[in-house]
Design a protein. Structure first.
Lengths: 471, 302
């Protein structure tokens, strides 16, 4: 349908976004966002609350006699309900990160910056802080006025209330974050009684201050200047990706007019009310086209729809739509790149589930004693000594029988049946005795195996060598 | 470090610091100045020569101030030790002392208890195994069954006694065995005859005539330590020669070698290496070993 030349847009057809001189010096004006209600704002509320509640309440959940979700760094054990992860399971973390990345890619390719606009903590916490700001300092115009006023008791009161509110939320956020690493039922009383561990307390403080600064002051600057993800997301975009778009054809030429007044023939639907600019958390004008600052929060859609309704025009002057939908080239099904993301995601999820289910909870490693190559034993036999490290990563104590394969007639001296308590490592010295005349090589590969007595299918293996003298 | 390398480091470090500061200040422009371009222009894109952000400049300066403070307080300038006198070994010692403090209470609790009572305590077994692995396994083997010249600690045969007191004394003071060399006194034939007698003590094939002569040598020279029946003497660390357990091998050749050249087995003293509480736990572990593990027989056949 499209010849190659149709894809090329003439340079002068694109009106560049206005960049002021001040912008070049990286000095931005403070953004006063206007609160708006609408479909997408409600959507954010309904998706945001469960996530927030999850974040704040999860540390309080108990599983057995420990916190259900606890990343115990000193013990190097990550507990997630019934699962306990050890440093050896690090590969699973890699899987999780790859899955997260591909989920993000797929979601971004289809729905645009859904993560940024709805679930990113930066967006969610900024929204909370903005709500507090509005609660104590009033609407957008009231806040601008308040900031221009000289200091008064009323201003001091409002500012103090706002900052206290921020500090409270930031403090709880920081403490909750740390409580994923230090049990909250112990951390919270310790913090209140000022007896908490110094590093736990200082990290809680650090994260509180960071939350306070990020959501209170840095806000959109994190998205525009710091976040690498914000910058590379556009790579995932294609012409079918849903982006917040202003319908230039319908809107232009913009111009103000009275409510329900019939617009003049040359006029577009945009009434130039600038509400879309005022509600934007990153302070951009969506009418200038797709910009990297746009986090896809759709507040401008809510704002514009509310105006269009009042003006009696159809909604959707600013809407979630794709470039192809606007130009009428919509395709059915998914483009190959997006399909690729989804296939990769499915493969990774399968691999991850497989590794998680088949994860071995016991581990065996063997090292030969270095002191002696071999030891003479009675009746012309020889001994080799090994140190076995047997780890039981399950919750319960297990009894194992140590077996060895590879040498016919070899025998184990010492305790072949051992008990390993749950979550512990057993160091065990083992002596293997064999007849050197039956060994064809000076170093015979052998295989140690620790088999659970209660369940023969639970075992761990480790290779080593049996050394005999030169015959 | 020689004076040359010390000076080399000092010069390099200070030059770099000064250069960094000079580059920063030399390129500083007033933020109010008119925005210039670098003159680089490609495809309609122009590179601006914007002044550095003020916050960034202050951050850079603060890192330089920090490094000067750091170099004053800590060793960094060649051989200069720093005002704080910090050393990595000093920090290590502090950490070790802290760990010692942390575990001392628990070990002291065990120290106050008799060996027999704590020998099978799981915590003691675990700590003892670690101590053994770090200090003893090199000679006695990871399984404590010993090696050529190093006794098995897991059997019932003891050179110097297997009571808690004897084991502890061995650990604290060490042991020095002194089996003399008999070549010059016994001569070749005397060595051969005594060897045959020692073999006969174990009910092994021996030349009866040589063994009879050997018995006389034994009753003259060996009896003082090994006893009239060859059962040994734990007070002197003289091994029992009748139970088939051989520290240096039990073939006729090996026994003759021991007789001819003597043996001087040495167990080092650990009073300098390990503290009393650790020796107490190690003693308990070795003592328990003898009783908890199945004896040195084949435990499982394959």
């Amino acid at each position: 349908m499209n010849s190659q030349h149709d894809d090329v847009i003439a340079v002068d057809a694109v009106v560049p976004a206005e960049v002021s001189e001040l912008d070049k010096q990286q000095r931005r004006e403070k953004i006063y966002t206007r609160a708006i209600e609408g479909h997408f704002q409600r959507l954010r509320l309904y998706t945001g609350w469960p996530l927030l509640l999850g974040y704040f309440l999860l540390p309080w959940l108990m599983y057995g006699n420990r916190q259900a979700v606890l990343f115990d760094l000193p013990a190097r054990k990550f507990h997630i309900f019934s699962l306990t992860f050890w440093p050896q399971d690090l590969v699973l973390l890699a899987f999780i990160l790859i899955i997260a990345a591909f989920t993000l890619f797929a979601v971004t390719a289809i729905w645009g910056r859904l993560w940024c606009g709805y679930t990113c903590p930066q967006t969610v916490w900024t929204a909370i802080f903005m709500y507090i700001e509005q609660r104590f300092e009033g609407s957008r115009s009231q806040r601008i006025k308040l900031d221009q006023e000289s200091m008064s008791w009323e201003k001091l009161r409002r500012k103090t209330l706002k900052h206290s509110g921020w500090a409270l939320v930031a403090g709880f956020t920081g403490i909750t974050f740390i409580s994923y690493f230090v049990p909250i039922r112990q951390l919270l009383p310790d913090l209140l009684s000022l007896t908490a561990n110094t590093s736990a307390a200082s990290f809680a403080l650090l994260f509180s201050v960071a939350t306070y600064l990020n959501a209170g002051y840095l806000r959109e600057k994190v998205c525009t200047d710091m976040c690498p993800y914000a910058r590379f997301q556009s790579v995932m975009f294609d012409k079918n990706t849903l982006v917040v778009t202003y319908d230039t054809k319908r809107g232009e030429p913009r111009g103000s007019r009275k409510r329900f007044a019939t617009k003049e023939a040359h006029q577009g639907d945009c009434v130039d009310c600038e509400l879309c600019v005022q509600v934007c958390p990153t302070g951009i004008d969506i009418r200038a086209g797709l910009q990297y600052e746009c986090i896809g929060c759709a507040l401008c859609i809510d704002a514009c729809d509310s105006i269009m309704e009042k003006m009696g025009s159809p909604k959707g002057l600013v809407s979630y739509t794709s470039e192809n939908a606007l130009t009428g080239n919509e395709i059915t099904g998914l483009p190959p790149k997006t399909l690729g993301y989804i296939v990769a995601l499915a493969v990774m999820v399968t691999l991850f589930s497989f590794s998680l289910v088949n994860r071995s909870l016991i581990e065996l490693s063997v090292s030969r004693d270095r002191g002696q190559l071999y030891l003479p034993a009675p009746a012309g036999l020889i001994d080799n000594v090994y140190e076995l490290h047997l780890t039981n990563r399950s919750d319960q104590a297990k009894v194992f029988l140590i077996e060895v394969d590879g040498i016919e007639g070899a025998s184990i001296l010492g305790d072949a049946a051992v008990t390993v308590p749950g979550g512990e490592l057993l160091e065990l010295g083992i002596r293997l005795r064999a007849d050197p005349n039956r060994l064809t090589r000076s170093g015979t590969p052998i295989l140690f195996r620790a088999v659970s007595i209660s369940n023969q299918t639970v075992y761990a293996e480790a290779e080593s060598r049996f050394i005999r003298p030169t015959l | 470090m020689t004076d040359f390398w010390s000076g080399w480091i000092i010069i390099l470090t200070s030059t770099q610091l000064i250069a960094a500061l000079w580059i920063l200040l030399g390129n500083r422009k007033k933020p109010e100045a008119e925005i210039k371009t670098t003159g680089h222009k490609y495809d309609g894109l122009e590179e601006l020569d914007t002044p550095l952000p003020t916050w960034w400049v202050y951050m850079f300066v603060s890192t330089i101030v920090w490094s000067v403070g750091y170099l004053l307080l800590y060793p960094g300038m060649g051989n200069y030790q720093g005002l704080l006198g910090w050393t990595s070994t000093g920090q290590y010692d502090v950490r070790v002392a802290k760990a010692e403090d942390q575990y001392r209470a628990m070990r002291d609790r065990y120290l106050a208890m008799p060996i027999e009572d704590i020998a099978f305590e799981p915590k003691v077994r675990k700590m003892g195994r670690r101590l053994f692995g770090n200090n003893c396994a090199q000679c006695h083997g990871s399984d404590a069954y010993g090696a050529h010249g190093f006794p098995n600690l897991a059997d019932d045969d003891w050179l110097y006694g297997g009571t808690p007191e004897a084991i502890k004394a061995t650990l604290i003071h060490g042991r020095q065995a002194a089996m003399p060399a008999w070549q010059t006194i016994l001569g070749d034939s005397g060595i051969k005859e005594t060897t045959q007698y020692v073999l006969s003590l174990n009910a092994r094939d021996a030349d009866a005539r040589d063994a009879a002569k050997g018995a006389q040598h034994f009753q003259t020279y060996c009896v003082a330590c090994h006893g009239p029946e060859g059962k040994g003497n734990q007070l002197m660390g003289a091994p029992n020669l009748t139970n088939g357990i051989w520290l240096y091998g039990g073939t006729a050749d090996q026994i003759a070698h021991t007789l001819r050249n003597g043996r001087n087995g040495k167990m080092p003293a650990f009073s300098e290496t390990l503290t009393e509480d650790k020796i107490h736990i190690l003693t308990a572990w070795v003592y328990g070993l003898n009783r908890s593990s199945s004896q040195a027989t084949t435990a499982a056949n394959f």
